[in-house]
Design a protein around this ligand. Structure first.
Ligand code: SAM
Length: 222
């Protein structure tokens, strides 16, 4: 079996660069972060496969390509302060932490938040702060953010998140059905009141459950 570092390099070339990820900093971060440290125990050998993998609480660690696509779409810079909603395994937060100054990441499941925080500490990524709670309304006490990445599908773009973007900041969020297909949307704040929207194709995420997302039974809560 090849070493993880070799599998990682191959993943970056085949799954990311050949599919059109161009941002050199994103490719370098993906080549650096040990995904095998963020999968569930026993899944290490699948860490560099081209897909999402199951984690606790019926959640998933996102497909590497989607993590890279969202990071690229957010146009991250070293001085940025970033908010991620949906910490899950902590992997995407780990990648983002190589690209920006500070990452705040919010997870609604207490045990996932705890494990992700431990993993991030264990790999030495100390510019990530993990928060436990409903992130569908953002993290007002830390706003504004240069970028917000939402790693769960929402019925609509929560106004609370748009309002926590700095002017010039970008929100990347999957919008659509509860458990089917969503469209990956980038919302850029142009001024205090003006926002642009662009789509980045079809994606499939677990639902954003919370006050500004879905109710647990799949009805809209916002
Ligand atoms: N970024 C993660 C990773 O790299 O492993 C993958 C995230 S997983 C696709 C989506 C996560 O969003 C789940 O862990 C889920 O519990 C979480 N989630 C769903 N609704 C949430 C909410 N309102 N606030 C915070 N986390 C939420």
């Amino acid at each position: 079996m090849p070493e993880f570092a070799q599998l990682r390099d191959r993943m970056v070339e085949i799954q990311l660069a050949r599919r059109g990820i161009r941002d050199r900093r994103v490719l370098d971060a993906m080549a650096q972060v040990p995904r095998e440290r963020f999968v569930e125990s026993g899944f290490e050998e699948f860490a560099y496969e081209d897909g999402a993998l199951p984690i606790a609480n019926e959640q998933t660690i996102s497909q590497p390509y989607i993590v890279a696509l969202m990071a690229e779409a957010a146009e991250l810079k070293p001085e940025h302060k970033l908010l991620e909603i949906g910490t899950g395994s902590g992997y995407a937060a780990a990648v983002a932490s190589r690209l920006v100054r500070t990452v705040h990441t919010v997870e609604r499941h207490t045990d996932l938040a705890k494990i992700a925080a431990e993993r991030l500490t264990a790999v030495g990524y100390d510019n990530c702060v993990v928060h436990n709670g409903d992130g569908s309304g953002g993290l007002p006490e830390e706003a504004p953010f240069d970028a917000i990445l939402v790693a769960a599908g929402s019925p609509t773009v929560p106004d609370a998140l748009k309002g926590q973007l700095a002017v010039g900041g970008r929100l990347v969020i999957p919008i659509g059905d509860f458990e089917h297909e969503q469209s990956l949307l980038r919302v850029t704040r142009r001024s205090d009141t003006a926002y642009d929207e662009e789509t980045f194709g079809a994606v499939r995420f677990v639902p954003l459950i919370g006050e500004h997302g879905w109710a647990e039974d799949g009805t809209r809560s916002a």
